[in-house]
Structure formats: structure tokens, C-alpha cells
Design a protein around this ligand. Structure first.
Ligand code: URA
Length: 210
């Protein structure tokens, strides 16, 4: 696997992911698990954030200590399932700016159609982390990254929970500058664009809309 793709294989991530895959896992547990995994994935996505030294005073004495440098991050959720990952990542970086992009998959062609876009105006100088739990065909992810680049994003990362090899291939080809982080690369896509073995429809499972 290229260094462009990071599979977060920490035992906690893998254990929680298995629980999410189980078809009888209730909605509330599914949502909680996604949020918990998002914490662990976010930790990995942000591993190389630059630090700067700042002067502080502890109750004992002054010291120089590291803090994250530069402008605040931007998190962009691909609606609607992206919101589940977003909540967990925001727990770790509550000061981040948040954008949303709405894309639905045309059920016939599987092509992504945009219906909503709202992102912070000054995303040029910020790290933009795009979140969507399922990287399946990569049509939505690729369209989202293209739009974000059009509105100025230059430093992007893509964070998902599960990926299909086909999705990784497409996204890497169309956006070779965007590193991908995932908890698993599953076997394949089926004819309906679902990841196999996967976990089903992430949005439905998260929101109980099955
Ligand atoms: N979106 C989902 O929610 N699940 C899949 O398997 C593929 C895309």
C-alpha cells in the first residue's frame, strides 16, 4: 500500500469497527462507536501537525511548552454520514472551523450531484480534513475534493472509516496530493456501489433510517 494511504490498525479501532459491522448493533451503539473511532482516527490524521513553542506559567514556574501552530483547522463533512465522523473529530479539536458539502449519489449512474456547499471563506492557508465514513466508488469524495480545491483549499486530507480498493484507486488517481486515512480496506465494491463486506449504509445505521 502506498504511503499515500494510512490504515489505522490500532487494536481499539479494529475492535470497535468489528462491533459496528455487526448487523444487530443498535443505532445508539453504532453512533457511539463511530464517535469513539473518530477520536482514534483523528489522532492519526493530525499526527504531523506542526508545533510551536509558547511561554506559559504552570502553578509551579514559567516554562516553554508546545502548542499547535498556525491557523485553525477546517473540517468538512460530506453530508450526511460525514457528520458522525465530524462529531468525534470535533471532540478533539473543538476550535476547528467546519464546512459541509452535500452530494447525493445518482442511483442509476452512481455519479455525485452537489446540492449544498458552505465552507469557511479563508480555507487557503488551513489544513482541510474532509470526512466521510465510506469511501466506496469515491465519486462523492472526489467531487468534494475538486469543489474544495475550486474554492481555494490547497492542503487537504481525507478521513474515512472503511474504503473499497476501487475507491482508494480512484481517489489516489484523481487527487494524488490528498492522503487518505482509513480503519480498513475491505474486499470490493458490489454492483450497487456498496462496500463488501462493509457495514451496510452508514447514514441509515447512524440515524436509524433503515
Ligand atoms: N455508502 C455506505 O453507506 N455504505 C457503503 O457500503 C457504500 C457507500
Amino acid at each position: 500500500m502506498s504511503e499515500h494511504v494510512t490504515v489505522v490498525d490500532h487494536p481499539l479501532v479494529q475492535h470497535k469497527l468489528t462491533q459496528m459491522r455487526v448487523k444487530d448493533t443498535p443505532t445508539a451503539d453504532f453512533r457511539r462507536l463511530l464517535r469513539e473511532i473518530a477520536h482514534l482516527l483523528a489522532y492519526e490524521v493530525m499526527r504531523d501537525l506542526p508545533l510551536e513553542q509558547t511561554r506559559i506559567e504552570t502553578p509551579m514556574e514559567p516554562m516553554t511548552a508546545p502548542q499547535i501552530e498556525g491557523k485553525k483547522l477546517v473540517l468538512v463533512s460530506i453530508l450526511r454520514a460525514g457528520n458522525g465522523l465530524l462529531d468525534g473529530v470535533l471532540d478533539l479539536v473543538p476550535q476547528a472551523r467546519v464546512g459541509h458539502i452535500g452530494l447525493y449519489r445518482d442511483p442509476e449512474t452512481l455519479v455525485a450531484v452537489e446540492y449544498y456547499l458552505k465552507v469557511p471563506s479563508d480555507i487557503e492557508d488551513r489544513l482541510v480534513i474532509v470526512v466521510d465514513p465510506m469511501l466506496a466508488t469515491a465519486n462523492s469524495a472526489s467531487a468534494a475534493l475538486t469543489r474544495l480545491k475550486e474554492v481555494g483549499a490547497r492542503n487537504l486530507k481525507f478521513l474515512c472509516l472503511l474504503a473499497a480498493p476501487e475507491g482508494i484507486e480512484t481517489l489516489s488517481r484523481e487527487h494524488p496530493d490528498v492522503p487518505i486515512f482509513t480503519a480498513s480496506i475491505d474486499d470490493r465494491l458490489d454492483d450497487h456501489g456498496y462496500i463488501r463486506p462493509g457495514l451496510g449504509d452508514a447514514g441509515d445505521r447512524m440515524f436509524g433510517t433503515r
